[in-house]
Design a protein around this ligand. Structure first.
Ligand code: WQD
Length: 339
């Protein structure tokens, strides 16, 4: 029996494949490689000494997904494949709704047809919108400020209803906070195309001299130093959370929602200072206007994941900075860097 990992060539998916293979699971990756990289799959093998099966397919392609389910004995699905750039989702909402929502529906449909009862979904803290921190799983979700967040909330709804209608299904919805860092080998990491929209890849590119300075979006938030506060979590902690979530699906039918965050908020400036301390490199920055759609503070109440999954984030902000920087140095052009 195998675990199907959609988006396994992407940032969080690839790190989770390492954790799954190291835990002894057999892994099948499905990825259309439009944002992920085939090199990430080779490197998963390099790190673990185990070769995941790979299907180059689009999860919105129902016939291709059906073929995959028909040809393999799939035990569980971990669904990472999706677009995740908030700004791009505002510019191209139809692309986001189609890709993220239809992909979820096609996979859930295949699970129903082939009797696959275990599903772990990559959701996001974005679904909380401007709720009061710390965010708890039982809060009423507020409309997200962007289509990306809506695609996550809608996919959660679809999977929840599907689980109610299919006896024996177990669906775990994981709401990620802000993933950072890279595998400690420096072989896997985040490889954004073009100008990074997320904070850490932008910082590492400034440190590498690829960009002149960091623009900090807003210095007038209602936070201790005026810059935005987020709950940063090491991508390998996140990967470990998926292994726990998968185990949960084996023992508990129904729908289970967990925050995967550290429970601690750091400001943009605190992250910049930590990066500077860890690497010894100064990060020039300029405080500019707020980015549309950003909230001031976002951090998790991670207690439920600890109580029910026995999971909590263990790695520090300094480790996230160290590993992100190691990845950037070893792969200045991401996976396009020549061997
Ligand atoms: C972090 C902080 C910015 C870039 C998004 C998604 C979320 C999740 C993670 C998952 C904020 C500030 C950023 C820059 C800056 N996605 N910033 N200058 O927006 O919290 O979360 O990514 O799949 O769902 O919404 O992450 O890294 O973009 O920003 O000052 O160049 O850094 O304003 O306070 P965000 P981020």
């Amino acid at each position: 029996m195998a675990i199907l990992v959609t988006g396994g060539a992407g940032y969080i998916g690839s790190h989770t494949c390492v954790a799954l293979l190291e835990a002894g699971y057999r892994v099948i990756i499905a990825d259309n490689l439009c944002r992920g990289s085939a090199k990430a799959i080779k490197r998963i093998e390099c790190i673990t000494g185990k070769k995941p099966a790979f299907y180059c397919l689009d999860v919105t392609d129902a016939a291709a997904v059906d073929g995959l389910f028909a040809a393999n004995k799939i035990d569980s699905v971990l669904h990472f494949a999706g677009f995740k750039a908030v700004g791009e989702s505002v510019a191209k909402p139809l692309l986001y709704y189609y890709n993220n929502v239809v992909g979820t529906m096609v996979l859930a449909g295949a699970c129903q047809k082939y009797g696959v009862q275990h599903f772990v979904y990559s959701s996001s803290a974005t679904v909380y919108g401007p709720n009061k921190v710390p965010f708890r799983e039982d809060m009423l979700l507020l409309p997200a400020a962007n289509p990306y967040g809506e695609t996550k909330a809608i996919s959660e709804r679809i999977l929840t209803d599907a689980a109610k209608a299919n006896k024996g299904w177990s669906v775990v919805l994981l709401r990620y906070f802000n993933p950072l860092g890279a595998h400690e080998s420096g072989l896997l990491g985040e490889d954004p195309a073009g100008v990074p929209s997320n904070l850490m890849p932008y910082i590492t590119q400034v440190a590498a001299g690829k960009r002149e300075r960091l623009y900090i979006f807003g210095g007038d938030y209602n936070t201790p130093d005026g810059t935005g506060v987020r709950d940063y979590i090491h991508v390998m902690d996140l990967a470990a959370g998926h292994v726990r979530a998968l185990e949960k699906t084996k023992s508990s039918p129904g729908v289970h929602i967990y925050n995967l965050g550290s429970g601690v908020g750091y400001s943009v400036l605190e992250l910049v200072r930590t990066f500077e301390q860890v690497t010894g490199i100064a990060i020039p920055y300029e405080i500019t206007g707020r980015r549309p759609g950003d909230i001031d503070i976002c951090y998790a109440d991670p207690g439920k994941a600890y109580r029910e999954l026995g999971w909590k984030a263990g790695k520090t902000l300094a480790e996230m900075c160290r590993d992100a920087w190691r990845w950037q140095q070893a792969n200045p052009e991401g996976y396009a860097t020549a061997e």
